[in-house]
Design a protein. Structure first.
Length: 202
């Protein structure tokens, strides 16, 4: 019997860097569904602003610097989207619109209303302070390893979107990838359909 093993290839992105969902020691770099559930449960016990910040990382798939740059006027409540400035690009400002669950939109709007100024940032923390908040909730949620970092939420968003059948080009747009080959790494994770087929073998 011929057995085909699915490889987790390392793809070069548009900058020539190797991009993979696995570290060199073979450990995954994305938050899985069970870890995400535990993180959300523990985040509920935190300060409201910290809780909403963590939900933004999880449900928007944004970079930590992009979340920190969010302002009240970035919330398009009626449209159900958040406008995010892509801070990774040099030169021109690139905005991408991300769909958000209603409860996250409401919570972000509450934060914006508390600020009183639609131009004010929703969070006034430094990047280092935001990193500490992420590390604290991951520690409390017993999430350890290469996925225990802010980017673990971003990778988890990409994996979750692909598993839910979101087209690759949409995931690319939502994550702000310049090259679709970078986004394609999320298709390498075994999804529920593939696991169901594999279960029939044994």
């Amino acid at each position: 019997m011929n057995v085909v093993v699915k490889e987790n290839k390392v793809s070069p992105d548009s900058a020539g860097k190797n991009v993979s969902l696995y570290s060199r020691n073979g450990r995954r770099k994305y938050i899985n569904e069970e870890e995400r559930r535990r993180v959300i449960e523990n985040a509920k016990r935190m300060d409201f602003g910290e809780y909403i910040f963590l939900l933004s990382l999880i449900f928007l798939g944004v970079r930590i610097s992009e979340a920190l740059a969010l302002r009240g006027n970035d919330i398009q409540f009626e449209e159900g989207v958040i406008s995010v400035r892509c801070l990774k690009k040099r030169g021109a400002v690139i905005i991408r619109e991300l769909p958000a669950p209603p409860y996250l939109l409401e919570a972000l709007q509450t934060l914006a209303n508390e600020r009183g100024d639609p131009e004010a940032k929703l969070w006034s923390w430094s990047r280092v302070s935001a990193w500490r908040i992420v590390k604290a909730v991951l520690e409390a949620s017993d999430v350890h390893g290469d996925q225990a970092m802010p980017k673990g939420f971003r990778h988890g968003f990409g994996v979750h979107a692909i598993r839910r059948g979101v087209p690759l080009d949409l995931v690319q747009r939502w994550l702000g990838h310049a090259d679709i080959s970078t986004t394609a790494i999320y298709t390498q994770v075994m999804g529920p359909e593939e696991r169901a087929i594999a279960a029939r073998m044994w």
